[in-house]
Design a protein around this ligand. Structure first.
Ligand code: C5P
Length: 349
């Protein structure tokens, strides 16, 4: 049976400025994404071959199994439509079906999907988006890779990376970044990407919050806070442009990056995330007390990313937080380093 394994990375946002809400419910934003070496692994196995166009595309999904970090929190079973790995698989299969229109004797793979998680769930680190990205490149490989002709597939042109990126944007704002990975400037919903030059490797201690936060709720709270600011009820503090973050990354100097993160509002979603989950304020302070160079909420949170000097320093900060907890609460932690990878096939190599 043909099997393909792909990986994709989680991320932090080193800069995230949010603009106005759009008619489609999304907000215009400018962000600097950086991939981390926290990895989602998606393995697809051809369990069966379906003759002809299926009545329902979900007929092409066999078993869905989730293992690894926070696996129990990932939709599986009856909630398949909410599982981003499943949605990634289906998006590429739907494209294949549409391209095949009119081809008699079309055959489709029925795919068993195994997701092994390394990125915290609902943590603001794009774990679900990474599942979608890995699932997309794995599905393309099943349909167009070396085994595809023997398996009865590969009847259409292989979709290139630009086509996958377009499909990815329909699945979620962060999915296109998870395809390309590395360090990138995002505009629009975060899905219009340009690479960012960066030097060096950055090390992080990460403090997770098992309660998670809904991205949509964090954006909605930001809208509420800005409405309150417009009424003069609170200060309107906003992130500036991405240039300082880009300059810091180009310097390759962790102290320059720390000075940028400490010296300005780096993430417009931090205040609304704290408003929804006030313990975050304590976690941010505990990270600084433990010796981190700078701390920020990752994306829409609630993971707190603590910038450290090197890997050993990150282990020390992570250990200090997990052993002491914050405000009497246990704080699970891990460490991560920046990664140059995006979604890629890892097996067969
Ligand atoms: O695209 P994704 O599913 O990751 O987005 C989750 C939610 O976050 C959206 O439904 C929207 O409410 C909010 N969001 C936003 N503006 C963005 C990205 C996400 O308002 N640029």
């Amino acid at each position: 049976m043909t099997s393909v394994t792909a990986t994709a990375q989680g991320k932090v946002n080193l800069h995230l400025s949010v603009g106005d809400a759009r008619d489609d419910g999304y907000h215009e934003l400018t962000t600097v994404f950086q991939a981390l070496d926290l990895t989602e692994t998606v393995t697809l196995t051809v369990a069966d071959v379906h003759q002809g166009v299926p009545a329902e595309m979900t007929d092409l999904v066999g078993t869905v199994t989730v293992t690894g970090r926070d696996a129990s929190k990932v939709p599986a079973g009856d909630d398949l439509a909410d599982n981003l790995a499943v949605r990634g698989v289906l998006s590429v299969l739907e494209r294949y079906r549409d391209d095949l229109a009119g081809v008699p004797s079309a055959t489709f793979p029925v795919l068993d999907i195994l997701v092994d998680k390394g990125v915290p769930v609902a943590g603001g680190m794009a774990g679900g988006s990474a599942d979608a990205a890995a699932a997309m490149v794995a599905t393309r490989e099943i349909l167009h890779g070396p085994a595809a002709v023997d398996d009865g597939f590969d009847r259409t042109p292989r979709p290139d990376d630009a086509i996958l990126a377009e499909l990815a944007g329909r699945l979620g704002a962060d999915v296109p970044f998870c395809l390309t990975g590395g360090t990138a400037l995002g505009h629009g919903r975060g899905d219009v990407l340009a690479p960012v030059l960066t030097r060096g490797t950055y090390h992080w201690a990460l403090a997770m919050d098992p309660r998670g936060l809904s991205t949509a709720e964090v954006f909605a709270r930001l809208d509420d806070q800005r409405a309150a600011a417009a009424r003069g009820e609170r200060p309107d503090q906003r992130a500036g442009g991405p240039a300082d973050a880009q300059r810091a990354l180009l310097s390759g100097d962790v102290d320059v990056l720390a000075a940028y993160l400490n010296g300005s509002v780096a993430n417009d979603l931090q205040a609304p995330a704290i408003s929804l989950s006030p313990d975050l304020r304590r976690t941010l302070a505990a990270g600084m007390d433990a010796g981190a160079l700078a701390c920020l909420v990752s994306g829409s949170g609630p993971t707190v990313a603590m910038l450290c000097r090197d890997r050993g320093h990150a282990v020390d900060v992570a250990t200090a937080l997990s052993s002491e907890g914050v405000g009497g609460r246990a704080v699970p932690t891990t460490t991560a380093a920046s990664s140059r990878h995006g979604a890629r096939i890892v097996a067969p190599a």
